[in-house]
Design a binder for this molecule. Structure first.
Ligand SMILES: Cc1cc2nc3c(=O)[nH]c(=O)nc-3n(C[C@H](O)[C@H](O)[C@H](O)COP(=O)(O)OP(=O)(O)OC[C@H]3O[C@@H](n4cnc5c(N)ncnc54)[C@H](O)[C@@H]3O)c2cc1C
Length: 400
């Protein structure tokens, strides 16, 4: 094999569970989700609301602290368990996105934060006293090319003074803390463009009205996403995570976990949509027989099932490699790519199967159909994943 990424050796250390893993965890998630039916999510969407009660229920069950080690008050579960939680939430008609960021943003703090920072934040995050739900990376003018971001943080004594703008910062109005990526050394003064970026924990409670203004963006889905305007925001130097200038690496470090978790959310959504499609295909009778008796209706459902199964297996493999501390960049990216496409296929198939009723909000199919479209764009767009695979796995020249 002529691939760049180290080949996976056949060994017994990395094993993948088949079937329904973490059954007790899944059962608890299902029980919680049963209390938040479609009506709840539809009503929220009508008022662009945030599912506070749902997030509180998840926090109360310890799910948002799943990946926080026990010594910091969390459950210390493996990544696959967190993936199962998110998958199961979506597979039961709820939406994991209002809460998912906390699971993977926290990793940057855990891996690169000081002991004081970890003791300050992690136990309260695990208990739900502090919400770390916002992640400010994307900017209006730099797009996927993160190293070009313009938000500047300049050290002045004990503080960094930050100026700039972020866009699509989801949940910023429903979070106490935000992880912020900003440039601390100007681009023309660094050897590599990935140098000179730094990560900060910003306390939004203090910052709102004192250097930060947050404006909601009306979007196609109810994602509580915002624009964040930053003007002379003073962030205490002690809120810098790790070393100044190393922030890009810290963010990249968390990407594999993020990809695997998001891919699992996709699988969950896909399963919910597929189930809806299959149920409707069995119930709806036209021309004197169930529509699902027609191959033109059942084959797309069967294909969507097959593609979801393949994506699920890729999620499991990526999570197993991650857990074993093995290289998993290509697996995590491929899992996200396949899962985002499989869930979109399932959504579109469920939509088509429902005929005109797909457009009726009370079926929730159109809402999920809109929601799952996001995965091909965020947190990373499909082309960026393909560019990763082309360059890092196939050894083709960097295209950008
Ligand atoms: C609802 C929502 C929530 C979000 N939440 C957050 C959040 O909480 N925090 C955050 O920081 N960001 C968030 N994002 C931003 C998201 O991560 C970006 O939108 C995404 O990474 C794509 O960046 P962009 O929109 O700037 O697209 P661009 O980078 O402008 O790209 C536009 C298109 O061009 C393609 N493209 C660009 N360059 C190349 C190339 N070299 N080769 C091939 N194709 C290319 C892209 O794949 C894409 O299809 C969110 C976005 C949305 C829509």
């Amino acid at each position: 094999m002529n691939y760049h990424e180290p080949a996976i050796e056949a060994d017994a250390e990395v094993s993948v569970a088949l079937g329904e893993d973490f059954p007790e965890l899944r059962a608890t998630v299902r029980k919680i989700c049963a209390k938040f039916p479609g009506e709840y999510w539809r009503a929220l969407e009508d008022r662009s609301g945030y599912p506070t009660e749902f997030v509180e229920a998840l926090t109360g069950a310890g799910f948002l602290g799943a990946l926080i080690p026990e010594e910091y008050g969390g459950s210390g579960l493996p990544l696959r368990a967190a993936a199962v939680i998110l998958e199961e939430i979506n597979a039961n008609g709820c939406t994991a996105s209002p809460a998912h960021a906390q699971m993977y943003i926290m990793g940057t703090l855990l891996r690169h934060g000081s002991e004081t920072q970890k003791r300050t934040y992690l136990p309260d995050i695990a208990q739900g006293k502090l919400r770390l739900q916002a992640f400010g990376v994307t900017e209006p003018n730099t797009g996927s090319d993160t190293t070009q971001l313009k938000t500047r943080a300049e050290r002045q004594g004990d503080v960094y003074v930050v100026n700039g703008q972020k866009i699509w910062t989801s949940r910023a109005l429903h979070s106490d803390l935000m992880l912020l990526l900003a440039r601390t050394t100007p681009l023309d003064q660094v050897k590599k463009r990935t140098d000179g970026l730094s990560v900060f924990v910003v306390d939004l409670r203090a910052a709102k009205g004192n250097g930060i203004e947050i404006r909601p963006i009306k979007a196609m889905i109810n994602h509580n996403t915002t624009e964040v305007f930053i003007e002379n925001l003073r962030v205490p130097a002690e809120n810098l995570i790790g070393e100044e200038g190393q922030g890009f690496r810290y963010i990249l470090d968390g990407m594999n976990a993020e990809r695997i978790l998001v891919a699992s959310e996709c699988v969950g959504d896909g399963r919910w949509l597929l189930n809806k499609g299959v149920a409707y295909a069995s119930e709806r009778s036209v021309f004197g027989r169930p529509i699902g008796q027609n191959q033109g209706v059942q084959f797309p459902l069967a294909r969507a099932y097959a593609e979801l199964e393949a994506a699920d297996m890729m999620c499991r493999r990526a999570a197993a490699l991650f857990q074993a501390g093995r290289p998993c960049g290509s697996d995590a990216n491929i899992a996200k790519l396949l899962a985002s496409e499989a869930t979109w296929k399932a959504a579109d198939t469920a939509f088509q199967t429902h005929g005109g009723f797909a457009f009726a909000q009370e079926y929730d199919v159109e809402r999920k159909w809109r929601e799952v479209r996001l995965y091909q764009t965020a947190p990373i767009s499909t082309n960026m994943v393909l560019a990763y695979v082309a360059q890092h796995v196939l050894g083709l020249p960097r295209s950008y």
